[in-house]
Design a protein around this ligand. Structure first.
Ligand SMILES: O=C(O)CCC(=O)C(=O)O
Ligand SMILES: [Fe+2]
Length: 363
């Protein structure tokens, strides 16, 4: 998969910027990183003000499938508990993430992601769409992390690799389970999607793991951890540490914080699931804001189909009243479109006029 998907990234190289700052020593937000005042920056007692909150679903609940379906239709995001991922694995992942981002800057750049490559240390891929840089650093892993980990820790790379590989294995199982729960709520079964069914001869799902660090920021209301976007996936599984920062956009244009819940995982609907579900499950706009005194980490598993499989609205969801809204695309092709049109990508593959899809995300 790495070979195929990487073609899409060659069309939009991202360079480790000259303005890449050393977050450890910075005293004030430099102009390169100063955004306009962030709207809906969370207040300390945010929960008191949020009239609505992202659904939290216990996957052992007998009604989980309906709850998931409802959350996908109304939010495009939800948190899950009782998901089967051992707590010790989440703790190990968190401590390996801290170990990585604590390394001196000159060590981290030894594992820099090549401008047109997929794996390694660097800035957010979406940086190229914005005039200002983001207050974050990331590390992307596709498949085995060994090559980059060796650059970071010529001796002590094994623990990191073991934890990452175990996490990737667990995430793969959970993603596919969640995908079937989500689609199951629409009446879709394994027979309706041959590439994903048990008898499939295709290469299997593709995925990437992204480790994000949002260092403390002297003036968080003018810095952006990760700007608003939707994920280019079927679904995304995000584990966040105890400092809040993830926000999702609601219909009225309001940003709602997804509060960290110990041991829970956040699930986002991605663009490809919006296409498959013929718009029934909208992908969620989200962003990450930063904190004045706390570093925040997030671990993000991007789950998608085999890179060369055609993804189009499922025929069971199409009838006279519900014509297909999107044309068919492979993940590979859609990535190219995304890296050209960014937040307009879904409109580019849309067959009928979009009704409410164009939102200005730059504020
Ligand atoms: O750190 C977060 O909460 C958001 C990360 C994210 O959206 C991403 O990596 O695509
Ligand atoms: Fe995201």
């Amino acid at each position: 998969m790495a070979v195929k998907l990487s073609e899409a990234f060659k069309s939009q190289p991202v360079y480790l910027h000259d303005d890449h700052i050393n977050f450890d020593s910075v005293q004030e937000v430099p102009d390169s990183h100063a955004w306009q005042q962030i709207v809906d920056y969370p207040s300390d007692d945010q929960d008191l003000y949020d009239a609505e909150s992202v659904p939290i679903i216990d996957l052992m609940d007998p009604n989980a499938c309906n709850l998931v379906g409802n959350a996908c239709q109304t939010w495009g995001v939800f948190q899950v508990t009782n998901h089967g991922i051992p707590i010790h694995l989440l703790e190990d992942l968190e401590s390996e993430g801290r170990r990585l981002f604590q390394l001196p800057a000159q060590q981290k750049v030894k594992a820099a992601r090549p401008p047109n490559g997929m794996s390694g240390y660097g800035q957010a891929r979406i940086s190229c769409f914005f005039p200002k840089l983001m207050w974050s650093e990331g590390f992307t892993i596709v498949g085995s992390p060994i090559e980059q980990a060796r650059q970071l820790w010529p001796q002590g790379y094994k623990t990191f690799c073991d934890v990452i590989e175990e996490y990737e294995k667990e995430m793969k199982k959970l993603s596919s389970r969640l995908m079937w729960i989500m689609l199951g709520s629409l009446g879709i079964t394994e027979n309706d999607m041959s590439w994903a069914g048990p008898n499939s001869k295709s290469e299997g799902p593709c995925a990437a793991l992204q480790l994000n660090s949002y260092p403390p920021c002297p003036d968080p209301k003018i810095a952006m951890g990760l700007a608003a976007h939707t994920d280019t996936t079927l679904l995304t599984i995000l584990y966040q540490t105890s400092t809040s920062g993830l926000q999702v956009l609601r219909d009225g244009g309001r940003w709602v914080t997804v509060p960290p819940k110990s041991g829970a995982l956040v699930i986002n609907v991605g663009d490809l699931l919006q296409i498959l579900s013929n718009g029934r499950f909208p992908s969620v706009f989200h962003r990450a804001v930063v904190h004045q005194t706390h570093q925040r980490l997030s671990f993000v598993y991007f789950f998608g189909p085999p890179s060369n499989i055609q993804i189009s609205p499922l025929s069971k969801l199409i009838d006279q009243k519900h014509p297909p809204l999107y044309r068919s695309v492979t993940w590979n092709e859609y990535l190219r479109i995304k890296y050209k049109h960014f937040n307009e990508a879904l409109s580019v593959v849309r067959l009928c006029e979009p009704q409410h899809e164009s939102i200005d995300m730059n504020d």
